[in-house]
Design a protein around this ligand. Structure first.
Ligand SMILES: Cc1cc2nc3c(=O)[nH]c(=O)nc-3n(C[C@H](O)[C@H](O)[C@H](O)COP(=O)(O)O)c2cc1C
Length: 192
């Protein structure tokens, strides 16, 4: 890992296929402390995390894929097999939800979701900086209410936002080619 924090940010990429070892409890604490250091309009602290480790990952796979099927959503056998193949080696999942906090009418809902997304970005970066591979997925039943409910998030009060898998990369993968930032940037205003 580079000592230059900007190089660390630029070299981050998602790594889906991971195995143990997972981050230690101390490392996970640092990852989650990074998450709650995300920007947060109104100090609503909307982010919620559920830790799913080791054998519980397989229980999660059974619960979530079962709930997807029970919901009537199509789950072709090859898609289920792919999900199970992926999760078979994953040593740590973090389920992420956003507290909607209907009592607060000052901060728009999308800003809570953005704050929670920023928290996930900090998780991805912290995991990368510690040498782990991490990947954010909204597969495995993220949009099935029963999955969120089983994880403790009543859909009336929370928006479930998916799972971050974290572990040791199974293979080394080349960093993807990123677009040059200048494609997305314009300048406004008279130069001073
Ligand atoms: C909110 C969110 C949900 C995502 N869900 C999935 C998913 O379910 N399946 C998937 O293959 N990639 C998903 N991705 C994309 C990967 O997490 C990853 O960003 C992508 O593979 C590009 O890799 P990179 O982060 O190295 O650019 C999701 C990304 C975001 C931001």
């Amino acid at each position: 890992m580079s000592a230059d924090p900007i190089v660390s940010l630029i070299s981050r990429r998602s790594i889906k296929f991971v195995q143990g070892p997972a981050p230690t409890d101390d490392e996970l604490a640092r990852i989650l402390q990074s998450a709650v250091s995300a920007p947060d309009h109104g100090k609503l602290e909307p982010w919620r995390f559920v830790i799913i480790r080791d054998a519980a990952v397989q229980q999660l796979a059974d619960m979530a894929l079962g709930a997807v099927k029970a919901s009537g959503q199509a789950l072709p056998p090859e898609k289920e097999a792919n999900a199970r193949r992926w999760l078979h080696n994953v040593p740590l999942l973090i389920g992420v939800a956003c507290h909607l906090d209907h009592a607060n009418t000052k901060i728009p809902e999308h800003e809570r979701l953005l704050a929670t997304g920023a928290a996930v970005m900090n998780i991805l970066n912290a995991a990368h900086m510690l040498g782990y591979g991490a990947f954010w997925s909204t597969g495995i039943g993220t949009y099935v209410d029963e999955v969120a409910e089983n994880l403790g998030f009543d859909p009336l009060d929370y928006r479930f936002m998916g799972f971050v898998s974290i572990g040791t990369p199974i293979q080394s993968t080349a960093a993807p080619k990123r677009s040059d930032y200048s494609r997305f940037v314009s300048h406004w205003g008279a130069p001073g």
